[in-house]
Design a protein around this ligand. Structure first.
Ligand code: MV4
Length: 520
């Protein structure tokens, strides 16, 4: 393998290209019209346009991406996450074109794409699943039969789409009377979203935690599991904070959980990277939920505590290499890592997307900090795609140190021109329940509801202008008094900093940074 086409954009395209460069592999970017000058395009060795901005006309066009791979002489395609990453037709089209798809086989994607087939695989592997139907409920199954099945399972039940995942086509039903209408609604939603209206039932767990296990599996029968990730901090089925290890999983539970995850993968001959999702009930029992057949957004927290480059291993596995990592290295957490997904959205406007021009950007760094991003000063965040601008990851020797470093990094992070979820994270990382590790999948939605309409931003952005004007007046006063008004080097090369405006005690360092950016 010498050249890889990355069928994606944004931070994950950048992340995959970094692994390629580390490995001495050439890279090919693909791009839509608005992305023609994006970071991932300039980072790649070559770049090929694949169409207009709507994903259906570019990043979801299997034909154009395969053509681009052929034209560039790429040997392999990395799909990233989202877009075509879990599309079995894409994996099959790569294979037919003689290209290596860096991911599981088309057959494994198809199998795990059916939530009922995945449940059956888990049951066959001896892994606990939430009580429910093993077979899909086809459109011709009468309501009375479904009500009987639901009563056996026990209310409340969840109606889920067989082709679903990520919360789409899901309904909670509290009593038999509400079941027929919920099934109709779920079927039509699933049919519209996935082109498949079959549904199944599961008993609904109350306030579960969402905990998942990252796997790597090679083509020689080795399946390795990593320390679990805790992903319960979600807003409307979108993860916002992930961490590893989970604050509630004991070493004994970890051993059982990771063995269960590996057993599911081994039983279906799974290859490459994948994630097995579990629900944890309030008694600490775990249940298989589903398998994600891609590299996930939150993979960096696992990399931070294992020291393993998961994307590099995806590539090595796709090349036929054996997994030579030690099981122990992957299962022993080295410290603690937390990730905040920084979105171009306005937390003070119900997390509405906030696309547009980034006029200035300062990315934090320092001990224990990693930022996986793609935006720069001058980047126009498009409206067409997921508004994720970066993933801020903090590593610490323990959870409190990881949190302290994350809070420090959040303070250093400065994005101007658009709104971001940064103020939300500054608030979230001070919530007592978060600090105590006491949360579940419904925690954030409940917390936000209780909180009402107060703003997250400690400083009203409209005051930045006032601060800049104040700084300019101060400059003018300095100038008329014969003091140096801006940082100028003295003739001996030292900075005359002590005389500058920035030493005014009235301005906090946080405000000085803002003023500095505005004057810039
Ligand atoms: C559940 C559940 C409770 N009981 N299944 C939501 C997304 C989809 N992948 C599965 N989901 C859930 N399935 C049973 N039987 C609660 C959820 C759920 C959830 C799961 C993971 C992460 C966040 C969630 C938020 C709300 C509900």
């Amino acid at each position: 393998m010498r050249k890889i086409l990355i069928a994606n954009r944004g931070e994950i395209a950048v992340r995959v290209m970094r692994a390629c460069r580390d490995m001495g592999l050439a890279t090919v970017a693909v791009y839509s019209e608005c992305d023609r000058a994006a970071r991932h395009v300039r980072m790649a060795d070559e770049a090929i346009g694949i169409g207009p901005n709507p994903p259906r006309e570019s990043y979801l066009r299997i034909d154009r991406i395969i053509d681009a791979a052929r034209a560039s002489g790429a040997d392999a395609i990395h799909p990233g996450y989202g877009f075509l990453s879990e599309n079995e037709d894409f994996a099959a089209a790569c294979r037919e074109a003689g290209l290596t798809f860096i991911g599981p086989t088309a057959e494994a994607i198809t199998l795990m794409g059916s939530k009922t087939a995945a449940r059956r695989a888990a049951i066959a592997a001896g892994v606990p699943v939430v009580p429910g139907t093993e077979e899909p409920l086809a459109a011709d199954v009468p309501d009375a039969v479904i009500v009987e099945r639901a009563t056996q399972i026990g209310f409340p039940v969840m109606v889920k789409a067989v082709a679903g995942g990520g919360g789409k086509g899901m309904r909670v039903v509290g009593s038999p009377a509400d079941l027929p209408s919920a099934i109709r609604a779920a079927r039509s939603e699933a049919g519209a979203a996935f082109g498949d209206s079959t549904i199944y039932l599961e008993r609904r767990l109350e306030r579960p935690r969402h905990i998942e296990v990252q796997l790597l599996a090679d083509h020689h029968g080795t399946v390795l599991a990593c320390v679990e990730r805790e992903c319960s901090i979600q807003r409307r089925h979108q993860k916002v904070i992930e961490e590893t290890p989970s604050p509630v999983v004991s070493p004994e539970q970890r051993a059982r959980l990771t063995s269960a995850a590996a057993a599911v993968a081994a039983s279906v001959g799974y290859t490459n990277a994948g994630t097995v999702e579990f629900l944890f009930d309030e008694q600490g029992r775990f249940y298989f939920l589903e398998v994600n057949t891609r590299i996930q957004v939150e993979h960096p927290v696992t990399e931070m505590i294992t020291g393993v480059d998961l994307v590099a291993w995806q590539i090595r596995i796709a090349c036929g290499e054996r997994l030579t990592l030690s099981a122990d290295q992957l299962l022993t957490p080295r410290g603690h890592a937390i990730e905040c997904r920084v979105y171009a959205e306005d937390p003070d406007a119900g997390f509405l997307p906030s696309p547009g021009l980034i006029t200035s950007l300062r990315i934090p760094s320092g001990p224990g900090i990693r930022d996986d991003g793609w935006a720069e000063t001058g980047t126009d965040v498009p409206v067409f795609y997921d508004p994720l601008i970066s993933k801020l990851i903090a590593w610490g020797e323990d959870r409190p140190q990881a949190i302290a470093r994350m809070r420090r990094a959040l303070l250093e992070y400065e994005v101007r021109g658009i709104r971001t979820s940064l103020p939300f994270f500054q608030w979230m990382l001070r919530q007592p329940a978060f600090l105590a590790g006491e949360f579940h999948t419904e925690f954030l939605d409940e917390l936000l509801q209780r909180r009402g309409v107060e703003g997250f931003s400690a400083i009203d952005p409209s005051l930045e202008e006032v601060a800049a004007i104040a700084a300019c007046i101060a400059d003018a006063e300095d100038a008329s008094a014969g003091r140096s008004a801006s940082p100028t080097a003295t003739t001996d090369g030292r900075s005359s900093k002590s005389e500058g405006w920035w030493d005014r005690p009235a301005l906090s360092w946080k405000h000085r940074a803002r003023v500095e950016a505005l004057r810039g």
